[in-house]
Design a protein around this ligand. Structure first.
Ligand code: PEP
Ligand code: MG
Length: 600
């Protein structure tokens, strides 16, 4: 028996809604350190083989532990041998491997997934034990499971599972699965792009944490910052994720379930309706043309960008190419192939490639934000991040620039630099570009004209924008970080999420000033932070004169719908009272929706 099937109690958990829609499915609890364990289904015919893999791993670990015992020096403390005996006992306990086998047989999980699912079940039982000694045995169980997972990984290295035995099920007739974890690092979220999960819930994180951003890019419902969902929800519980309101309903009653299934169908119909706008140009009622570009993380995302009707890529977050590589950086050729793939996929439309922005909540390895915040780096958001890291690693930076310039021979490429705050940085970047172009010329490699742009995401850049504008071709406003640094709010920290306010007058002043200064200088300006894809800000940004938005492909149709119904000139007349207001959100809702600038 995997678990006891008494009538489960229904309850709700509240968090921050970060990716819209409703997902209904069974909970899969995954500990942060094991999030990167492969999750896939095996064919019915491969079930016996998968069980054999689990048993072989058990035998391998048993041999390891036995030989550790044998080789123990005679003066080793007695407790060490006793500990190994505990590990051996746990390894042979039917509650571990017997139940793991059940997950494989009943749910067709691969061995690693089955093992981590069972670990979550047992870990919970240990947590609930009264006896301190027994409760502490959870750590031993975790160590045994880590050994088993390593044995499975090593075996996988020797004899990879044949592709035919790995199934990405389409869930016809299956229960969809929802991921529940304390935290998920952005690097791990990337793995989920190709995964089986239909939604996810985490204990920590904020609306514009990178984990949330990746969820939105996958267009699956997600709620973060629930604080204790991973403690309250149990493996295999039925769960509803309401990604619009941030509510998670665990073990819902049949009536509630039916209500949410209805809402799910409604939002699918709405999506289908909006999808018809794909080929409609984004032009306001008074004839103002607006560019709607896509934010992408990997070259493969260009497909979704095109399908959504994007007219270019406004932000290619290149750092995702640098993740999940065990510390090894992608070579120039690898990067070149990735950029070229995105450029070719966009068929002549502009592709804005941002140089690597690692650091803060996007470490190169899979540290969770929690680990980052508390253990490794003093203040990662203010540390060696983005362009600071690039300039500190000149050969890595030149390599990336060469790859980007080489890709420019295949289409329209624009270069975007993150986290610029100093003119000296721009000068250093320009010198590096000169050197890179010379290297390409010397080696006879072709490239085209590449416009240079900087992100406006540190308040200093917004305040000194006229100076920066003299040196660059365009700017892109990164509202996620601009809000973080203006208000001194860690965007990934749920404890201060209520203070992360895009409507704050100081934030609006900086955005408004940046747009008008760029326009006055005759330079391109766009917004590529999350505000661009949030319909609540479409009127405001149009009113401020913005004509280029970049967002997740899934957000393009709804933003386009708002643009089609807007009268940009009339919206612009409402700007002064909104910017002067002590409560801009209220002022905007009065000014923009009271029949002044839009068709209702
Ligand atoms: C931003 O800060 O708004 C932005 C687009 O960059 P990122 O979210 O990757 O930090
Ligand atoms: Mg940023």
């Amino acid at each position: 028996m995997l678990r006891c099937y008494s009538q489960p109690m229904s309850f709700q958990v509240f968090g921050i809604p970060v990716s819209r829609g409703v997902a209904i499915g069974r909970a899969v609890l995954v500990a942060s350190s094991r999030v990167d364990v492969a999750h896939y289904f095996v064919e019915e015919s491969s079930v016996p083989n998968e069980i054999r893999r689990a048993l072989r791993a058990r035998d391998e670990v048993a041999r390891e532990l036995e030989s550790l015992k044998q080789d123990m020096p005679s003066d080793a403390p007695h407790e060490l041998a006793a500990l190994l005996d505990v590990h051996l006992m746990l390894l042979h306990d039917d509650a571990l491997l017997g139940a793991t086998r059940q997950w494989i047989v009943e749910r067709h999980y691969n061995a690693e997934w089955a093992l981590s699912a069972q670990l979550e079940v047992l870990a919970r039982q240990f947590d609930e034990m009264e006896d301190d000694y027994l409760r502490e045995r959870k750590a031993d169980l975790e160590q045994v499971v880590e050994r088993l997972l390593s044995a499975l990984a090593a075996e996988q290295g020797r004899a990879p599972v044949g592709a035919a035995s790995v199934v990405q099920r389409d869930f016809a007739g299956e229960d969809p699965l929802l991921l529940v974890a304390a935290d998920i690092a952005p690097a791990d979220m990337l793995q989920f792009k190709r995964s089986v999960f239909h939604g996810f819930i985490t204990d920590i994180g904020g609306k514009t944490s990178h984990t949330a951003i990746v969820a939105r890019s996958m267009d699956i419902p997600a709620v973060v910052g629930t604080r204790e969902a991973s403690r309250l929800i149990r493996q295999d519980d039925w769960v509803i994720i309401d990604g619009d309101s941030g509510v998670v309903i665990v073990n819902p009653s049949p009536i509630v379930l039916e209500e949410y299934r209805f809402r799910q169908r409604q939002s699918e119909l709405e999506r289908a309706r909006l999808a018809r706008l794909r080929h409609t140009p984004a032009v306001t009622m008074d004839g103002e043309r607006v560019e709607l570009h896509a934010n992408i993380e990997l070259p493969g995302d260009a497909v979704a960008a095109l399908e959504s009707g994007a007219t270019g890529v406004g932000l290619f977050r290149s750092e995702f190419l640098f993740m999940n590589r065990n510390g090894e950086l992608p070579s120039e050729d690898e990067q070149f192939e990735a950029y070229k793939a995105a450029v070719e996929a966009m068929k002549g439309m502009p592709v804005t490639i941002r140089t690597v922005d690692v650091g803060a909540d996007k470490p190169l390895d899979r540290m969770t934000s929690n680990e980052l915040r508390h253990e490794h780096v003093l203040n990662p958001a203010m540390g060696l991040r983005a362009i600071r890291w690039s300039l500190a690693e000149p050969s890595m930076f030149r390599q990336q620039l060469r790859a980007i310039y080489r890709a420019s021979a295949f289409g329209k490429v624009r270069l975007l630099i993150p986290m610029v705050a100093h003119l000296a940085e721009v000068r250093q970047i320009q010198d590096t570009i000169k050197r890179v172009k010379q290297q390409l010329d010397d080696s006879g490699q072709g490239y085209s004209e590449v416009e240079l742009g900087v992100m406006v995401e540190i308040p200093a850049a917004a305040v000194m924008l006229p100076m920066l504008l003299r040196h660059v071709d365009f700017v892109s406003i990164g509202t996620n970080d601009l809000i973080q640094y203006t208000l001194a709010i860690d965007r990934a920290d749920e404890a201060v999420a209520h203070l992360y306010d895009p409507w704050h007058p100081a934030v609006l002043q900086l955005i408004a000033g940046s747009i008008s200064q760029a326009l006055a200088a005759g330079k391109g300006v766009s917004v590529c932070g999350e505000m661009a894809g949030d319909q609540a800000f479409t009127d405001l940004l149009l009113a401020l004169g913005l004509r280029s938005f970049s967002m997740h492909p899934s957000q393009i149709p709804s933003v386009k719908q708002r643009i089609l119904r807007a009268d940009a000139k009339r919206l612009a007349q409402q700007v002064p009272p909104v910017l002067a207001s002590e409560d801009p959100q209220k002022a905007a809702s009065l000014a923009f929706t009271a029949g002044t600038g839009r068709l209702q």
